[in-house]
Design a protein around this ligand. Structure first.
Ligand code: GDP
Ligand code: MG
Length: 166
C-alpha cells in the first residue's frame, strides 16, 4: 500500500520536526520531474507493508503578501488529490486566526482530514479536552490525534492510523 498525504499547518506548529522524526531517509529525487513537483515532496515514510509520501502545500497558509488566487487554487487542487490531509496545530498556542484561515480553506476539500494536535508535552493533560471539543465543532475530522513530534509521543500510533487510510 502506498499513498500521498499533505501536511498543513501554520508556521512553527512542528511540521518539519514531525517530518524529521518520521522520515528515516530523504527521498531520492527523480531528476526528470519538474522543479515544482520535486519541491512538493518532503519525504517518504517506508515500512514493509506501506509507504506514505508526504507533500508540502505552500499556498494554504495565510500569505504575507497577496500571492493571488493562483497559489490558493494550486494548493486546493493538490489537497483534493491526496489520500489524506494532516492538519497540524500547536497545543500550547491553541486556536488562532492562522488556524481558522486553514479551516476555511479546508471547507472546499473533499479528502479525509486528520487533526494533529502537536506539542502536547507543553500542556497539562486537562487542557487537551477543551481544545479537542473546540476543533470538533469546527470541522469534520477523520481522527483527532495528540502527539509530541519532538519527544515522539503517540507518533507510531498516528502512523498506524494513517496506514489504514491508504
Ligand atoms: P514548522 O514551521 O511547522 O515546520 O515547525 P518546526 O518543526 O520548525 O518547529 C517549530 C518549533 O517548535 C521548533 O523550535 C521545534 O523544536 C518546536 N517543536 C516542534 N514540535 C514540538 C513538540 O512536540 N514539542 C515541543 N515542546 N516543541 C516542539
Ligand atoms: Mg517547517
Amino acid at each position: 500500500k502506498s499513498g500521498f498525504m499533505a501536511i498543513i499547518g501554520r508556521p512553527n506548529v512542528g511540521k518539519s520536526t514531525f517530518m524529521n522524526n518520521v522520515i528515516g531517509q530523504k527521498i531520492a529525487i527523480m531528476s526528470d520531474k519538474p522543479q515544482t513537483t520535486r519541491n512538493k515532496i518532503q519525504g517518504v515514510y517506508t515500512q514493509q507493508d506501506a509507504q506514505i509520501i508526504f507533500i508540502d502545500t505552500p499556498g494554504i497558509h495565510k500569505p504575507k503578501h497577496r500571492l493571488g488566487d493562483f497559489m490558493v487554487k494550486t494548493a486546493e487542487t493538490t489537497l483534493n488529490e491526496v489520500d489524506a490531509i494532516l492538519f497540524m496545530i500547536d497545543a500550547k498556542e491553541g486556536y488562532g486566526k492562522g488556524d481558522q484561515y486553514i479551516l476555511d480553506r479546508l471547507q472546499n476539500i473533499k479528502r479525509p482530514v486528520f487533526l494533529i494536535i502537536n506539542k502536547v508535552d507543553l500542556i497539562h493533560p486537562d487542557d487537551l479536552f477543551p481544545l479537542i471539543e473546540l476543533y470538533r465543532n469546527k470541522c469534520k475530522f477523520e481522527e483527532i490525534v495528540p502527539i509530541s513530534a519532538l519527544q515522539g509521543n503517540n507518533v507510531n500510533h498516528l502512523l498506524d492510523m494513517l496506514k489504514q487510510h491508504l
